[in-house]
Design a protein around this ligand. Structure first.
Ligand code: NAP
Length: 255
């Protein structure tokens, strides 16, 4: 079946960091459109298992959960091998897993710098490398960055730096994979209501007021709203959109 309700029927999608937050919403959205989904997680096995059960519980849906630390090459190889072993193909890869720590650069502990560059930058490199090797012709790759690489707010130097690198990876990778009709795009969320926003202080009263004032639409984004943008890019309607960085942020950033 490949009707309007199931435009991704027969497709296989792999989403990193899909146990919670934005990744979870993306995995659920792609599954609702008929894709079989590989739900990657690092630590939260229960949430990943819940999502798989939710997807399998909705009629035709299928999903598997695969634990892999995206910063570990052996884990990433295993993640992609598990996808191919289970479904025999790979059509869509969403590089979403991320970690953020905000502090002035002068006060950023080295281990926090290392963790951001391990998960965000090295993790994206390892996943994009496997995606380039394993994804089928005509496939779709989407990387999740942040509007912070344009906004440049104080306290985000290392986090934004770790994400700016992946935007550059994507600009070049799109050239390399174009001959195989594979598109590579970036989606840059604004302030989105997830555990990460809470962990980085984004729901503290002063920060929340600053965010609302900065956002023309005057509220936080919802994970499902980021997922809708990814859904567009990986569907037939998004086929001609390539090498772009799409801000999904209620209007903060305008390119
Ligand atoms: P979140 O709620 O903190 O969820 C993070 C997800 O990443 C979890 O599923 C977590 O898995 C996974 N993860 C973390 N480290 C991992 C690793 N080493 N290997 C594999 N998976 C790992 O974050 P979020 O807000 O949904 O963020 C998703 C993406 O959007 C990130 O790339 C983030 O930088 C970006 N973003 C978020 C915002 C925002 O306001 N929330 C704004 C701009 C950009 P476990 O649950 O298993 O630990």
């Amino acid at each position: 079946m490949n009707d309007a309700a199931s435009p991704l029927a027969g497709k296989v999608a792999l989403v990193t960091g899909a146990s919670r937050g934005i990744g979870r919403a993306i995995a659920a959205r792609l599954a609702r459109s008929g894709a079989a989904v590989v739900v990657n997680y690092a630590t939260d096995e229960r949430s990943a298992a819940d999502l798989v059960a939710e997807i399998r519980g909705t009629g035709d849906g299928d999903a598997i959960a695969v634990r892999a630390d995206v910063a570990c090459d052996a884990d990433v190889v295993h993640l992609f091998e598990a996808a191919i072993a289970r479904y025999g193909r790979l059509d869509i890869v969403v590089v979403n897993a991320g970690y953020a720590y905000f502090a002035p650069l002068a006060e950023t502990p080295l281990d926090e710098f290392d963790r951001m560059f391990a998960v965000n930058t090295r993790g994206a490199f390892l996943c994009l490398r496997q995606a380039a090797r394993q994804i089928g012709d005509g496939g779709r790759i989407v990387c999740i960055s942040t509007i912070g690489t344009v906004l440049n707010g104080p306290g985000g130097a290392c986090y934004f730096g770790s994400k700016a690198a992946i935007e550059q990876f994507c600009r070049v990778l799109a050239h390399e994979l174009g001959p195989r009709r594979i598109t590579v795009n970036v989606v840059s969320p604004g302030f989105t209501d997830t555990d990460m926003l809470i962990a980085t202080g984004g729901k503290e009263p002063a920060a929340a007021a600053w965010i609302d004032g900065l956002t023309p639409l005057g509220r936080l984004g919802r994970p499902a709203e980021i997922a809708n943008a990814v859904h567009f890019l990986v569907n037939a309607e998004g086929a001609w959109v390539n090498r772009q960085n799409l801000a999904v942020d209620g209007g903060i950033v305008s390119r």
